[in-house]
Design a protein around this ligand. Structure first.
Ligand code: UDP
Length: 485
C-alpha cells in the first residue's frame, strides 16, 4: 500500500567537510522536494567544532548521529586519508548494522533507503544486513572520477605500471584524456594500501542499486552520455544506473540583518564589482612554504584585489594536513613574505583570513571576480553556480584530474602550470582570468553558460531534478526489491 508519510533515508558521511556538506545538501533536497526525513551518520574521528556547528545548523527534517569510535591505532601514522576513511568504515560495519536496525524500528517501516558516500562502499553490507531495501552510493565528485573508479578493477590488470609513467594520457569512455601524473592521487603508488582500497571500492560500487553523482551534463557531457546509456556497464551490466543530480551546493541562508556579519563579507562590500580574486584551498589544503610565498608575491604582482584564506604551510606535514579538522596547525601569518601584509592588506587591496571563510557567500558576492581554487569538486560546483571563473591550483585527491577537466575539457578555468608556480606565471594567470581578452574571456563566457545550465537542471522538470525524482521513485515503490536484495 501507499505510505502516508514520506520516506526516511539513512546517510553515511565519510570524514571531511567536502563529503558531509554535499550529502547534507542531498538530505535537505530530499526533505524539501520529496517530503523525506533523513539521518546523517558520521564517524567518531571527525567530531571537529566546524563539523558540529554545521550539523547543528541543519533543518529539523535532517537529524544526525555519530558512530562509536573504532580503534585505528594499528594504522601507520603515514597512512593515507583514503586508507583511514576506508578502514574506519569497514571496521564500523557491525556498529552501523546495529544503528540501522534501530533506525528501522524507530521509524516504523519508513526507512526506505541507505546512502553512503564514496569511501563508504563497505557500509552497503551493513545496510543489507539490517534489511534496508534500497542501497545507494552518493558520489560527491564528478562523472570523470566515477568513470575511473568504476573501471579500476579492469585497469588494475590493464595498466601494470604506475599511472604517472604512462607514455600516453589515460583515455576512458566519454572522458577528457588525463595525463598519467594527473590521475587520482591515491592511485599513483600501487604499493600503498590506499590503491587497493580504491580498486576495492570500484568493485564494491557494483553492489549498489544506484549511484547518485553531484555533477551535471553541461560540465562533462561526455561521461554523462556514456554512463546514462543502459549498456554503460557493458553487456553484463557490471554497474548500477548513474544519476547526475547536481550541482548540490551549500548555499548559506544568507546574511541576517543585525547579526555579526563576517569580516570577509564586510570587506567585500567595500570593493568594486568583480574586482576580487578569492583564494582558497578547501577544507584541508595547505601549501608548502615556498609556494605560499610565491603565491603571495604573485597575487601582489597581479595588481588585482584578493581575499585569501591562509593556512599554515604543509612542510613537515602533508598537503592535506588540515583534512580532519579544517584548522591551521600553526600561525599562518608568520609564513607570509616580509612586508606583504603592509603593502597589500594595509593598503586596502587585500584581505588575508586564517583557516575558514564563508565560501559560498564569498563566491555569491558581487565583488568576487575569480576563484583561485584547489579544485575540490564542491568548490568547483560552487564557483559554477555563482558564475565565477577559476584559476586551477590542484593539490591532492582527485583535484588534478578536476583541473584537467576544467582547463582542457570544458574550459571553465586556466591552470597554473604544475612545473612553474612562480610569481610571474601566477600573476599572469590571475590577470588573464580576471580581465584577459583571449583565453580569459573564453573562460568567463563558458562559466556564464554553465551557470545557466546548472540552474536549469535543478528547476522543476530539469534534468537533475528529474534524475533525483527517479531515484526516489525507486525507493518508494513497494513492488519488487530488485535483483540485489
Ligand atoms: N569551505 C568553506 N570555507 C573555507 C573552506 C572550505 O566554506 O574556508 C567549504 C567549501 O565551500 C566547500 C567545502 O568546504 O563546500 C570544501 O569542499 P571541496 O570539495 O571544495 O574541497 P575539500 O575540502 O574536500 O578538499
Amino acid at each position: 500500500g501507499k505510505i502516508n508519510r514520506g520516506p526516511h533515508v539513512a546517510m553515511l558521511a565519510t570524514p571531511g567537510m567536502g563529503h558531509l556538506i554535499p550529502l547534507a545538501e542531498l538530505a535537505k533536497r530530499l526533505a524539501s522536494r520529496h517530503g523525506a526525513t533523513a539521518t546523517l551518520i558520521t564517524f567518531a574521528s571527525t567530531a571537529s567544532p566546524t563539523q558540529r556547528a554545521f550539523l547543528a545548523s541543519l533543518p529539523p527534517a535532517v537529524s544526525s548521529l555519530s558512530l562509536p569510535p573504532v580503534d585505528l591505532s594499528d594504522l601507520p601514522r603515514a597512512a593515507a586519508i583514503e586508507t583511514r576513511m576506508s578502514e574506519e568504515c569497514a571496521r564500523s560495519v557491525p556498529a552501523l548494522t546495529a544503528v540501522l536496525a534501530d533506525l528501522r524500528r524507530s521509524t516504523a517501516g519508513r526507512l526506505a533507503a541507505f546512502v553512503a558516500d564514496l569511501f563508504g562502499a563497505d557500509s552497503l553490507d551493513a545496510a543489507r544486513a539490517a534489511g534496508v531495501r534500497r542501497r545507494c552510493i552518493f558520489f560527491p565528485s564528478n562523472l570523470h572520477v566515477l568513470t575511473l573508479i568504476l573501471h579500476l578493477p579492469d585497469l588494475d590488470a590493464a595498466v601494470p605500471g604506475a599511472f604517472r609513467d604512462m607514455p600516453e594520457p589515460l583515455r576512458l569512455p566519454g572522458c577528457v584524456p588525463v595525463p598519467g601524473p594527473d590521475v587520482l592521487m591515491p592511485l599513483q603508488d600501487k604499493a600503498d594500501p590506499c590503491y587497493r582500497w580504491m580498486v576495492h571500492h570500484g568493485a564494491k560500487y557494483r553492489d549498489a542499486h544506484a549511484i547518485l553523482v553531484n555533477s551535471f551534463h553541461a560540465v562533462e557531457p561526455g561521461p554523462a552520455k556514456v554512463l546514462r546509456q543502459p549498456e554503460s556497464g557493458g553487456p553484463s551490466r557490471r554497474w548500477p544506473a548513474v544519476y547526475p543530480i547536481g550541482p548540490l551546493i551549500h548555499a548559506d541562508a544568507g546574511r541576517k540583518d543585525g547579526a555579526s556579519s563576517s569580516p570577509c563579507l564586510e570587506w567585500l562590500d567595500r570593493q568594486p564589482p568583480r574586482s576580487v580574486v578569492f583564494v582558497s584551498f578547501g577544507s584541508g589544503g595547505a601549501l608548502p612554504a615556498e609556494q605560499m610565498r610565491e603565491l603571495a608575491l604573485g597575487l601582489e604582482l597581479s595588481g588585482q584585489r584578493f581575499l585569501w584564506v591562509v593556512r599554515s604551510p604543509s612542510d613537515g606535514g602533508a598537503v592535506n594536513d588540515n583534512y580532519y579538522d579544517a584548522e591551521s596547525k600553526r600561525d599562518p601569518f608568520a609564513y607570509l613574505p616580509e612586508g606583504f601584509v603592509d603593502r597589500t592588506c594595509a593598503a586596502g587591496v587585500g584581505l588575508v583570513v586564517p583557516s575558514w571563510a564563508p565560501q559560498t557567500q564569498v563566491l555569491a558576492h558581487a565583488a568576487t571576480g575569480a576563484f583561485l581554487t584547489h579544485c575540490g569538486w564542491n568548490s568547483v560546483l560552487e564557483s559554477l553556480v555563482y558564475g565565477v571563473p577559476m584559476v586551477a591550483w590542484p593539490l591532492y585527491a582527485e583535484q588534478r584530474q578536476n583541473a584537467v577537466l576544467l582547463s582542457d575539457g570544458v574550459g571553465a578555468a586556466l591552470r597554473v602550470p604544475e612545473s612553474s608556480k612562480r610569481r610571474e606565471i601566477i600573476a599572469d594567470t590571475v590577470r588573464e582570468v580576471m580581465r584577459g581578452e583571449g583565453k580569459g574571456a573564453a573562460v568567463r563566457a563558458k562559466v556564464a553558460e554553465l551557470q545557466k545550465a546548472a540552474a536549469e537542471g535543478l528547476r522543476d522538470g530539469g534534468a537533475a531534478a528529474a534524475a533525483l525524482a527517479e531515484v526516489v521513485q525507486g525507493w518508494t515503490t513497494t513492488t519488487g526489491g530488485g535483483e540485489k536484495d
